[in-house]
Each structure stands twice: as C-alpha cells, then as structure tokens.
Design a protein around this ligand. Sequence first.
Ligand code: GSF
Length: 206
Amino acid sequence: MNHKMQLIASLTSPFARKVRIVAAEKHIEYQLVVDVPWEAGTHVPEFNPLGKVPVWVLEDGKTLFDSRVIVEYLDSVSPVGHLLPREPRPRIAVKRWEALADGVTDAAALVFMERKRPAPQQSPEWITRQLGKVSAGLKAMAEELAQQDWCTGDNFNLADIALGCALGYLDFRFPEIDWRRAYPNLSELYDRLMQRPAFRETIPVV
Ligand code: GSF
C-alpha cells in the first residue's frame, strides 16, 4: 500500500510546528491530519502508543515519532536545504540547540497543563520549578546566540527552527513572559524567522 505521507498534529503543538516548518523548508509534501490528543475521539494512540503528536505516517503506513526523530528523517530524505550538518561536531551542536529549545517548550507546556488542573490540585512548587527551567533556558539561548545572525553562526538550520517554535509557544501561552525585552537578540532572530513563510503559516491558533 502506498499512501501520501501524513502528519498527525494539532494546530497548537509547538513540536508539530517544528515538523511543519521543516517539511515546508524542505518542500516535502504531506497531508496534514489535525487531531487533538486531549479530545475524547482522538485517534493518536492508534498511531503512537504514547498518545502524543506529532506523528509522521510514512507511505507504507509505518509511523515515526517524536518530533526530533521526524525532523531528522525529513532532513535526510531530501537534499533540499540541509537543516542538519553532516559533520559530527556541527551536527551535534545543532541537536544540542534543539534539545535546549525543546526543553524550554516542554517545561512551559508542563506549566500550562498544571494551570489547567483544578486550583486545589495545582502545585505552586512544580510550577515554579518548571518556570525556572524556562528562564534558565531563555538565558542560555540568548547567551549562546550572542550577536550571531543564526543560532550556530552564519546559516539558518534546525537550531533556529526549534528556537523559533519555543519562542512562538511562549508568545502563544505565556504572553506575560517578556522575553523580547530581556533578550533583544532573541527578539531580532525571531523577527528574522517570521519573515519566512514556513513560520508565518504555522503560527499557533486555538
Ligand atoms: C513531545 C510531544 C508532546 O508533548 C516531541 O514530539 O518532540 N517530545 C515530544 N506533544 C503533546 C502536545 S504539545 O504539547 O506539543 C501531546 O501530544 N500531548 C498529549 C499527551 O497525552 O501527553
């Protein structure tokens, strides 16, 4: 059986956004299947035992998750605009950036979910702990970016995409975190990223 490749995603998931941006930058065609894993009728567990989006469905029906596995696959199957260097050291430096940016997103997502629980069940200590990771992660990313045009130097790559998705998620769910004022260099990079159609077309929506 040969199907068109599919991406199962919600339109608010920052990790799914990373995959959508990578696919767009690489001109890889796929069908977007919108599925919200929190809703009762979700089919996500049929594709990913972990019940999380994004999931990429290959032509033969096999599935890939999570987002880091998917983007590495997409980068390797098309020669258009490499987003991961081939050499081990620069490659792992980009993946380290991705881990840092995804980690900020993960911590922020945990806070968002904790705040959705009934007030008496929420743990202020847990929220503070996760917000500490968001702050420390933002600081580390701003310091590592310094005055460079892109995260790892002269070229746009997956590191910038992961950073942009983290910052976009903070804007979406935590408008009170004023990372633009604290870190003008992140703000400039984000503006540069938003000039790309792949970013503009994937802004999270409710
Ligand atoms: C994280 C995916 C994830 O947390 C990745 O793909 O990079 N490490 C994974 N997905 C969330 C939605 S969102 O916050 O992007 C999800 O699907 N959660 C549903 C659940 O049951 O946890």
